[in-house]
Design a protein around this ligand. Structure first.
Ligand code: ADP
Ligand code: MG
Length: 263
């Protein structure tokens, strides 16, 4: 593999589930390459297979047809060598460990498991401090608000140093203001570590703000409607969100989503 080869590659990927109500064709003929260090968002209607796609990439599911490779090998191999960090919709912090221990614990595990540790303890603590959690290092998850927990969860994911981060609607449960802050926290963490990131969202503006590319999925069966390049310069900042380029990108993705719905 050369460094310019895609780190994630899907070719003709299909996935069906057998359910009591019959067979669900969750994904059909997915072709997608993700370059090293890219931030790619997946957007599409509920049930179009976004979570399934993340789970296929993360080696938690196998496709029925087609191939998925990560670093040129099956995802299960990458999973075994701790190549993935998962950020779910609700923060999966260990309830019996303090913030400090939640952030540190898995980086100790990862250090011995092939994935390089991207952020040191000092940097991680400095980041937690910056996002208003400096006084909460010795607090337990239940003592924090949902937004604070998700901040810890996000900082932790990057601190662990996994080269690929899979995020499944991590901000969906947050209020709009907290969510806006989280977007910029994510951007700063991503810029600082260069982790390849696949990010599922329902928010078009969020996808545009964060991404290098936005993959628009259509439902039943889930397939790629269009892939939009986001050409906004980086680093991204709040003023861009009101600019004509941003508005135009949002408009194009909204149209693609509507087309996918009626197709
Ligand atoms: P999304 O994340 O885009 O909302 P999912 O990937 O969760 O969509 O699901 C895609 C489709 O596959 C849905 O119709 C869902 O009900 C079905 N599905 C997902 N996982 C399973 C499963 N483990 N068993 C049966 N059906 C499933
Ligand atoms: Mg989902």
């Amino acid at each position: 593999m050369s460094p310019s080869d895609p780190i994630i590659s899907l070719r003709g990927v299909s996935k069906r589930f057998s359910t009591r109500r019959g067979e669900v064709h969750a994904l059909d003929g997915i072709d997608l390459d993700v370059a090293r260090g890219e931030l790619v968002s997946l957007i599409g209607p509920s049930g179009c297979g976004k979570s399934t796609l993340l789970r296929l990439v993360g080696g938690l599911l196998d496709p029925d047809a087609g191939t998925v490779t990560v670093e040129g090998a099956p995802p299960r191999a990458a999973r075994a060598t701790k190549h993935f960090g998962f950020v779910p919709q609700t923060p999966a912090l260990l309830p019996w460990r303090t913030v400090r221990r939640n952030v540190a614990l898995l980086s100790e595990v990862n250090r011995t498991a092939g994935g390089k540790v991207a952020l040191t303890t000092e940097v991680t603590h400095a980041l937690l401090d910056e996002v208003g959690l400096g006084e909460f290092l010795d607090a337990y998850p239940h003592e924090l608000s949902g937004g604070m927990q998700q901040r810890v969860s996000l900082v932790r994911a990057f601190a662990l140093g996994a080269p690929i981060l899979l995020m499944d609607e991590p901000f969906a449960a947050l209020d709009e203001i907290t969510r806006a802050e989280m977007r910029y926290l994510l951007l700063r963490l991503w810029e600082g570590t260069g982790a390849t990131t696949l990010f599922v969202t329902h928010s078009i503006a969020e996808a545009v703000l964060l991404s290098d590319r936005v993959v628009v999925l259509a439902a039943r069966p889930g397939r790629i409607q269009v892939v939009e390049d986001v050409t906004l310069p980086r680093p991204r900042h709040e003023a861009q969100e009101d600019g004509p380029e941003f508005v135009e990108q949002v408009r194009r993705i909204r149209h693609a989503l509507l087309q996918g719905r009626s197709a």
